[in-house]
Design a protein around this ligand. Structure first.
Ligand code: C2E
Ligand code: CA
Ligand code: CA
Length: 767
């Protein structure tokens, strides 16, 4: 008997922590099936086991049939069997157990048998042999047999697990290869599903995606070991995708993976449940496919065995999903998967619509009263300058660099967006550490742009303008917040501020301005502008020596609108170029017409915006318009403000020189309000200074004002310029100007600006 025992010991080496298993054995209640015809023997064995402290339930059989039945009904943990029975023998019993319950240990407990038969029995698969005469060995033998069985089970489980992990790992590297090779998303997804089944060993694999316009996810790829099962599964998943709180809904909402023996969760009907039960799919893994942390799709795998997925396997599956997500984000746009259009092609950041969607999702989840969130929309100031000076390529690179820095600064790239061009958006919620999210956002943005960007050896400093809106103060839904942050950005830009927090008053101005811009476009199309004319008289003789053309807008509803209300908008939008050209043409027409009517010859001064002056075609067009008919007494002059001729405006100065050569006189308008020094004026091609009416209005009482006006007149004369006083409203002012030898005067005292016809009449009367 020594040999077989030794054999047993060899195997026992594989049992992990034998002490542990025996203590576990002490706690568990074991089911012992006894093949024995002698009840007394059975009782004896049971007593031995009971006395050892092992808890057990016994069941005795003595026929082949009863044995077969009990294997399935009693489900024993171990079988103890006599070697010789009246109805059948121990070796047949061993055969039956080996066949029907191969993992259940089989132990002979019998009287003496020959050594040869004992060896035969052990070869046949019995784990041990205990003599009825030495029942003291029974409990240790049972304990060891149970421990061995448990260890074997564990080994098998591990082997299966390793096999499984190997398959999933092969699937992972297969998917990685696909991601690199396949450029078409749909094909990639199809192949990935196929791999999951053929290599990964899953029963079915389905990929679902959010399609533009659709509310629920739709399956885009599907594969299965059994194609009929796969198809049925796909239909069921598609149907369940719209269900709230279903597996897919949960994965989408939380962005976290789902593992469970919950195929029933997918089954929306009893039929479906029956189907799953029938095809034996018990376990499901659903992993999110993410773009910038937003779940836009789900990879769903099923296995027949419940709860088989271990941590390592899930990790690998997460990696598979991450790589598919990566492919989704970076593969070229596929029309079939149009959600890609939610992302900026260069930076990979979310676009406007997706940003709003994500924001809405976050706001929907917050129920805390103290929750605050700040949204900033920022604009890169000199993008067009960078494009113009270094080329578009450089501009595009800069935008990518900015996106990268933003990503690094705001780890939650989920709430970053690029609205197009150089406009970005970012949202930040308050945390207990940084409760003031607006301040935090400003600081963080400051840090992003405080260093110049180094691109292709160039250092490019970037200045941004920011508009900010705060939840819930400035808007309680995502769209309103983003809109208001954008509105604040527009206000900041038009008022020249770097940073502006949204406010309602500002915005009503913005709305009004936008309406005005719109109306002005109509005004240009329908030619709703008119020129009015204001006489400029000789201060001593009060005879008309010139006239200034002043624009008016004849609004169909609002009536006559003064230039102060719309000029700034025309300048900002660049429309001043068109309108200014019209003014020149109209002034030229009127001038020629009056001359043709035999009225006294007069020069018309036209106000020119710096924007007009900077246009390369300004001088040629001006000359073309006037040269044919102008003379010394009759023609067009121009008025420009000091600002147009500041240091460095050499091109503009050259323009003026050309015009003067052709006989046009140049006046500096609103003199005294700008910054130019009189010494600077001496270098400029100027004929006339027009003293701003604010200085005139302070006359005659204000002594300082009087001195100032006097100085301007003296110096202008010294520089060979003539002087016009603007806004002369009363005889006292006129008296002072006369005293100070001001050449000409203009103001309500002599005439208000008049419509063309009225001015013609005035002009006629003056002759
Ligand atoms: P400005 O060139 O200084 O024109 C003189 C302004 O003073 C005119 O205002 C005129 O109506 C006003 N004014 C004249 N005499 C008196 C007076 O005695 N008292 C007072 N209180 N005001 C007087 P207006 O017509 O509203 O024009 C405002 C400004 O709009 C002009 O100032 C000029 O800078 C600009 N502007 C007018 N027409 C044009 C144009 O066709 N093109 C461009 N670029 N600017 C224009
Ligand atoms: Ca003027
Ligand atoms: Ca003026």
């Amino acid at each position: 008997m020594a040999a077989p025992r030794q054999h047993k010991h060899d195997r026992q080496d594989c049992i992990p922590a034998s002490q542990d298993t025996s203590s576990r054995a002490a706690k568990r209640e074991y089911r012992i099936l006894l093949v024995e015809d002698e009840p007394a023997d059975a009782e004896l064995m049971a007593r031995h086991v009971r006395q050892s402290g092992m808890r057990s339930i016994w069941h005795r059989v003595d026929s082949e049939r009863a044995l077969r039945d009990s294997l399935s009904t009693f489900q024993p943990d171990i079988v103890l069997s006599d070697f010789t029975l009246p109805q059948f023998d121990g070796l047949s019993a061993l055969n039956i157990v080996q066949k029907l319950a191969p993992s259940v240990p089989f132990l002979f407990v019998s009287g003496t048998i020959g050594e040869e038969r004992a060896i035969e029995a052990l070869r046949g698969g019995a784990v041990d042999y205990v003599f009825k005469t030495n029942l003291a060995r029974l409990v240790p033998a049972i304990t060891r047999a149970l421990a061995e069985a448990a260890a074997r089970l564990e080994r098998e489980r591990q082997a299966a697990q390793i096999l499984r992990l190997t398959r999933v790992l092969r699937m992972l590297s297969g998917v990685n290869a696909l991601v690199l090779r396949i450029r078409d998303l749909r094909e990639l997804f199809e192949e990935a599903c196929r791999l999951a089944v053929s290599v990964g060993g899953y029963s079915t694999a389905i990929i679902l995606l959010q399609q533009t316009g659709a509310t629920a996810l739709e399956p885009v790829a599907c594969s299965g070991r059994d194609s009929a099962v796969a198809d049925a599964m796909r239909d069921m998943v598609a149907e369940s995708a719209g269900h709230r709180n279903g597996v897919i809904d949960r994965v989408l909402k939380t962005g976290a993976g789902y593992v469970g023996n919950d195929t029933a969760d997918l089954a929306s009907t009893a039929d479906a449940s029956t189907f799953l039960l029938r095809v034996g799919l018990q376990s499901v893994v659903a992993l999110p496919l993410l773009i910038d942390a937003t779940a836009v799709g789900v990879l769903m795998l099923t296995t027949p065995d419940a709860g088989a997925q271990r941590e390592e396997e899930l990790q690998m599956l997460h990696e598979v999903a991450a790589n598919l997500s990566f492919a989704m984000q970076y593969l070229q746009k596929d029309d079939a998967v149009r959600f890609l259009s939610h992302f900026d092609a260069h930076s990979g950041l979310a676009k406007h619509a997706l940003f709003c969607e994500r924001l809405a999702r976050i706001l929907a989840q917050t129920h805390e009263h103290s929750y605050r969130l700040a949204v900033a929309v920022l604009d890169v100031e000199q993008l067009s300058v960078i494009n113009d000076s270094f080329g578009r390529h450089m501009g595009d690179l800069l935008l990518q660099h900015i996106a990268d820095r933003l990503r690094r600064q705001f780890h939650d790239t989920h709430l970053l967006a690029q609205f197009g061009g150089g406009t970005y958006a970012v949202a930040l919620d308050s945390t207990p550490i940084a409760p003031d999210s607006a301040a935090m956002l400003r600081t963080m943005l400051g840090a992003v742009f405080d260093q110049p960007f180094e691109i292709e050896g160039r250092r490019i400093p970037v200045v941004i303008t920011t508009g900010l809106a705060l939840y819930p103060d400035d808007g309680t839904d995502a769209v309103a917040l983003v809109q208001n942050a954008e509105a604040a950005l527009h206000s900041a830009r038009s008022s020249g501020q770097r940073h502006l927090h949204y406010s309602t008053e500002q915005q009503s101005e913005v709305v009004a301005r936008l309406a005005l811009e719109h109306d002005l476009r109509t005004a240009i199309e329908l030619r709703q502008f008119e020129l009015h004319y204001q006489a400029v008289v000789n201060t001593s003789s009060q005879r008309i020596e010139g006239v200034e053309a002043l624009i008016r807008w004849r609004h169909p509803e609002a009536g006559l609108i003064m230039p102060a209300a719309f000029l700034a908008v025309l300048e900002r939008t660049g429309q001043i170029a068109d309108v200014g050209a019209w003014v020149l043409e109209q002034a030229a027409r009127d001038c020629q017409r009056w001359h043709g009517l035999g009225l006294p010859a007069v020069r018309i001064a036209v106000n020119i915006s710096p924007i007009q002056l900077r246009r390369p075609d300004f001088v040629p067009r001006f000359l073309e318009l006037t040269q044919a008919w102008a003379s010394i007494e009759c023609g067009l002059d121009i008025e420009i403000t000091e600002g147009a001729l500041l240091e460095g405006c050499q091109a503009e100065v050259e323009c003026l020189k050309l015009l003067r050569k052709a006989g046009t006189r140049v006046a500096i308008d609103d003199f005294g309000t700008g910054y130019s020094s009189l010494s600077r004026l001496s270098e400029l091609p100027i004929d006339t200074l027009k003293i701003d009416r604010h200085f005139i209005s302070r006359l005659p009482e204000d002594q300082v004002g009087r001195t100032l006006v006097s100085t301007i007149i003296t110096l202008a004369h010294a520089l060979g310029m003539s002087v016009v006083a603007e806004g002369v409203e009363n005889p006292e002012q006129l008296a002072v100007l006369r005293e100070l030898a001001c050449d000409r005067s203009q103001g309500f005292l002599f005439s208000k600006p008049l419509a063309g016809e009225d001015f013609a009449t005035l002009l006629g009367a003056s002759g």
